[in-house]
Ligand binder design. Structure first.
Ligand code: GRF
Length: 212
């Protein structure tokens, strides 16, 4: 059973605007969740500041203090466990999760990516889209599996690519959609309305919770 509100742990490496969108949606009553802890691999990540400003526990873990990725991820898991985290939200987290981490939180990790997956996974998705010359770009919220940006898609939103676009202007247009989609996806998860069959996610109507 999921708690009400759902207990979130957010992993972030940078600016933290998606974290902020989640915090704002929770504060506005649009997302029945609570951010219990924000973990960052970067000490100076503005995301940690945003967490503190919202009275959310902010934890920095330095990857250099651990022998390898598995050991670092175990430390992250310990922090998440200590806070009773039910859903892990990657929000600009620049590290690839170890297989152990993904298996431990299977179907309980979401990520937001600034492209219409499966197009343009990995780094600099907006630049990839511009260089490819696509006319439509967008944002995706997906479950995380062992690959990079390959997990089952929960929600997507498209935006146009305009002729004068730069990486910055396209990124800003996509980011607006990220900020809308991510809290919405968390809400659907919290309400147990995401049914996963194979790699297909079906959104159940309200009051008709699926198996998750
Ligand atoms: C977002 O564009 C997200 O899609 C990508 O990294 C960026 C993080 O931005 N994974 P922020 O730290 O949430 O502001």
């Amino acid at each position: 059973m999921r708690s009400v509100p759902l207990v979130l742990g957010v992993l972030a490496s940078g600016r933290g605007s998606n974290l902020q969108a989640i915090l704002d949606a929770i504060a506005d009553g649009r997302c029945p969740a609570r951010v219990a802890v924000v973990v960052s691999d970067r000490k100076d990540a503005p995301a940690l500041e945003r967490a503190r400003a919202a009275s959310v526990r902010a934890v920095h873990l330095d990857p250099r203090a651990y022998p390898d990725r598995v050991a670092f991820d175990e430390a992250v898991c310990r922090v998440l466990d200590e806070h009773g985290v039910e859903l892990v939200c990657l929000a600009g987290y620049m590290r690839v999760l170890s297989g152990d981490f993904v298996r431990r939180y299977r179907r309980r990790i979401l990520n937001v990516h600034p492209a219409l997956l499966p197009a343009f996974p990995g780094l600099h998705a907006q630049r990839q889209a511009l260089e490819h010359g696509v006319k439509v770009a967008g944002a995706t919220v997906h479950f995380v599996d062992e690959g990079v940006d390959t997990g089952p898609i929960v929600l997507q939103a498209a935006v146009p690519v305009l002729s004068g676009d730069t990486e910055a202007t396209l990124s800003a247009r996509i980011l607006t959609e990220e900020h809308r989609l991510y809290p919405e996806a968390i809400r659907l998860y919290a309400e147990d309305r995401l049914d996963l069959t194979g790699r297909r996610v079906t959104v159940q109507p309200p009051g008709n919770a699926g198996s998750g």
